[in-house]
Design a protein around this ligand. Structure first.
Ligand code: ATP
Length: 599
């Protein structure tokens, strides 16, 4: 229940007028049932009075004699209340729909905003992904919590109004009714908690189900799934897992139905005991027939209301339990942040970066991805990183861009620890294209423009970046040129070849025009000539820049000013191509291996 106040605060801040409207209308509606019922009682009493008074049998005669005036007035009132009640009901659901929609959107945006502040490491954590998944579901599922919560408040006021009326007639019957409903309430709460814990426990499996559903049928996977005939493999896995989930759900739903029926029968019994008692008092002459209908009606409504209020409470409680996921997601704080007194990145960078005995281990991993790593990246040089798969090249780049902080040693830029610099500035000064760069299913211009989002609308700059990255030829071949949506996901989209995508990504790096440029193997799919040209241009164009290249093609690597050979997370050798060849170590061996393949 502690989640309810912040939830209400958020609703309030989503839209004050809508919240006021929703509460105001409900307040009026809360008193309509008792008013309707009471007027009903007056109508019956009036009818009985008229019978006793002996009114003329002809309707017109009775009308003209004015006998029916009071009855008609009461009927008119009852009719008016019915219309108002219906109107307000529709109005409140309209207001709630608007409010819920705005609340859901606002929460989704908050979720995205918060996710944007988190560390890369957080995203790689399966627990966080589970949490994020549950939090996302919350934003969708919490729409009705709002109506339910406000509805509860409305029902509560109605109950008080009925109870006030009933207490005047028979106070202890009220008590009986309340006590009879307690078992049902306890049962409901118990099963709601069980349901939550079931859903909670099954989050990893649910994410797997989602993954299987996606992987078995998506643009990205369709090719391979078809060629390898994987449909049944995925379907069987899905079926197996979903059956297990179904069984667990069914068992719980069964128990819930059984106990729910039994416990609510107790509440019903309470109602009939009360009904019998009122009937008896009417027979004895303590109550009028109008009183009987009013009391019986009040009791029936009160029982329904109390029951729905109590089960509603436990439902609200269970939904609020789910809010925990949302709020606990918001509580995750990033560790990689700017210090309060962060300094600006030097322009231009004077000496460069120094890795001083750096060690880094991925969260949850036993092995060091990098250890005792020391080297310098001089300002203005083009440094190539080579090494076998898993040697730590990409990890090094991620540390340079402060996507992670080292666990041991330190990295400095112009003599100051990287952590001293403003994080946003640092990232703004480093342009990295990773091997698994993102293919945005947007227009070609936007795909390049995201490299420098502030210049997204600067077409001249985008075209210039495209030229440098050799993406201009690719774009010239697209039917709508820069405005062509690329990728297969959307209807108007047009897919590109792997190498063409890479050219677009490289153009994105040029768009950034950062002091430090890093290409982490985004050229693997380029043909030999294209990669050669890309690197040659890269060297030319990064005249004033510090650059890092990662490639497994030695023909490209040899163009760098200096080459760093990484093995098992350490620098094994460094030097120019000629120096390394002369040393005859791993570099010479790998180079020869590749060269032989071409002879
Ligand atoms: N997100 C991650 N979580 C855990 N371990 C990781 C992660 N990314 C990489 N590793 C591990 O860290 C080590 C270094 O990986 P890295 O990606 O830096 O290698 P690389 O030299 O870039 O390899 P490649 O040439 O294949 O791209 C590897 O042993 C890898 O298994």
């Amino acid at each position: 229940m502690r989640n309810i106040p912040p939830f209400l605060r958020e609703i309030w801040s989503t839209s004050k007028p809508l919240t006021i409207a929703s509460i105001g209308i409900r307040l009026i509606r809360a008193f309509l049932p008792i008013a309707t019922l009471y007027i009903g009682k007056l109508i019956i009493d009036e009818a009985i009075r008229l019978i006793a008074a002996g009114v003329p049998h002809d309707l017109m005669d009775a009308w003209h004699a004015g006998h029916l005036n009071h009855l008609l007035l009461l009927l008119g009132l009852e009719f008016g209340l019915a219309i108002v009640s219906d109107l307000l009901g529709r109005l409140v659901s309209y207001v709630d729909t608007l409010l819920s929609e705005r609340f859901t959107n606002a929460t989704s945006i908050r979720l995205m905003e918060h996710a944007a502040t988190l560390d890369l490491e957080d995203f790689e954590d399966a627990d966080l992904q589970d949490k994020l998944d549950r939090a996302r579901r919350q934003t969708m599922g919490r729409m009705n919590l709002l109506s339910q919560l406000f509805g509860q408040a409305q029902d509560m006021i109605t109950v008080v109004s009925f109870a006030a009326g009933l207490i005047a007639y028979a106070p202890w019957l009220m008590l009986l009714l309340a006590i009879a409903l307690i078992p049902a309430f306890v049962g409901e709460s118990h099963f709601n908690a069980m349901n939550y814990s079931l859903n909670f426990q099954w989050t990893p499996e649910r994410r797997q189900l989602e993954y299987l559903r996606q992987t078995s049928a998506s643009v990205e996977t369709a090719k391979e799934v078809k060629i390898f005939g994987l449909h049944n493999f995925f379907i069987d896995r899905f079926r197996e897992l979903s059956d297990k989930f179904y069984d667990a759900n069914r068992a719980l739903a069964g128990k819930r139905a059984f106990w729910g029926t039994l416990l609510s029968a107790l509440g019903t019994m309470g109602y009939y005991v009360a009904y019998g008692y009122i009937a008896w008092r009417t027979v004895r002459g303590d109550f009028s027939v109008g009183d009987l209908t009013f009391l019986a009606g009040s009791f029936r409504r009160l029982r329904q209301l109390l029951e729905s209020l109590l089960t509603g409470f436990s439902q609200v409680a269970s939904q609020a339990l789910y809010l925990d996921d949302l709020y606990s997601f918001f509580e995750i704080q990033p560790e990689i942040i700017s210090k309060a007194d962060a300094i600006a990145v030097p322009k231009p960078i004077r000496t460069g970066f120094v890795f001083d005995n750096v060690g880094f281990r991925y969260e949850g991993s036993e092995n060091w991805a990098l250890r005792h790593l020391s080297f310098e990246l001089h300002a203005g040089e083009v440094l190539a990183l080579v090494g076998e798969n898993g040697a730590g090249k990409t990890t090094l780049v991620k540390l340079l861009a402060r996507l992670y902080d080292p666990d041991e040693g330190r990295i400095t830029l112009d003599g100051r620890d990287l952590r001293d610099y403003d994080l946003d500035e640092l990232r703004a000064n480093i342009g990295v294209i990773f091997q698994d760069f993102v293919r945005y299913h947007m227009t070609a211009a936007e795909n390049i423009g995201v490299g420098q989002i502030s210049d997204m609308n600067n077409r001249a700059r985008i075209e210039d970046a495209a030229r440098r990255g050799m993406a201009d030829e690719v774009i010239a071949g697209l039917p709508k040129g820069y405005e062509q949506v690329i990728g297969r996901r959307f209807k108007e989209g047009m897919d590109l070849s792997g190498g063409q995508w890479q050219k677009i990504a490289i153009a994105r790096a040029y768009m950034r025009d950062a002091q430090v440029m890093i290409l982490d193997e985004p050229t693997a799919a380029l043909d030999a000539r294209a990669e050669f040209e890309v690197f040659e241009r890269f060297k030319e164009l990064s005249d004033e820049k510090t650059a890092v290249l990662i490639s497994h093609r030695f023909s490209s690597v040899r163009m760098a000013d200096r080459i760093l050979v990484l093995a098992h997370g350490k620098v094994e050798a460094s030097g120019t191509h000629e120096q390394l060849m002369a040393q005859g170590g791993r570099y010479a061996e790998l180079f020869e291996l590749q060269a032989q393949g071409y002879r």
